[in-house]
Design a protein around this ligand. Structure first.
Ligand code: S3P
Length: 172
């Protein structure tokens, strides 16, 4: 495979876990953009949001994509809001096949509630915020090359499904 795979989707979609399974399967490095930014800035995502705000974080995400576009192919797990900047789309496309990991909203919310660290959900009614963001972003996620529904599936099975869809897409 010439280029990499870019996983997009909402918080709790399993982008990092499924990314790890794909990377292992393809012998490619896994890069998680949140971890990449944390390493660069020596701060956690909640610290970045608290100290610099969301816009600054979005600018860091864009810079991360620009830097990754210069590197060797990889499996890239993006933060859930990466798709919100239009300027990021040509960069995402340069990085490889864009795969949207869709999931059942209740299951996603259950998963994010287990780690209540996401700055955007630190609101009086996290479920309402979650639903609003999900509704706003869903049409944007569907601009992906492929959509995979992960509901009720384990990560290795999702990875296999993605690879199968990619093979079919390339006519192999
Ligand atoms: C965000 C999702 C987070 C992280 C940040 C903002 C978002 O990543 O980038 O908290 O805007 O949806 P995950 O999708 O890995 O939770």
């Amino acid at each position: 495979m010439k280029t990499g795979i870019v996983l997009i989707g909402f918080m709790g979609a399993g982008k990092s876990t499924i990314g790890r399974a794909l990377a292992r399967r393809l012998h490619l490095p896994l890069i998680d953009t949140d971890r990449f930014i944390e390493r660069k800035t020596q701060r956690t995502i909640p610290q970045i949001f608290a100290q610099d705000g969301e816009d600054a974080f979005r600018a860091m995400e864009q810079l991360a994509l620009q830097e990754l576009a210069e590197r060797k192919p990889a499996v890239i797990a993006t933060g859930g809001g990466m798709v919100m900047r239009d300027e990021n789309w040509p960069l995402l496309r340069r990085l490889g096949t864009i795969v949207y990991l869709r999931g059942d909203p209740d299951a996603l919310f259950e998963r994010v509630s287990r780690h209540p660290t996401r700055p955007l959900l630190q609101t009086p009614n996290p479920r309402e915020t979650f639903d609003r963001l999900l509704a706003q972003r869903t049409p944007i996620y569907t601009r992906a090359d492929l959509t995979v529904d992960t509901t009720g599936m384990e990560s290795p099975a999702v990875a296999e499904r993605i690879l199968k869809l990619m093979r079919e897409r390339s006519g192999a």
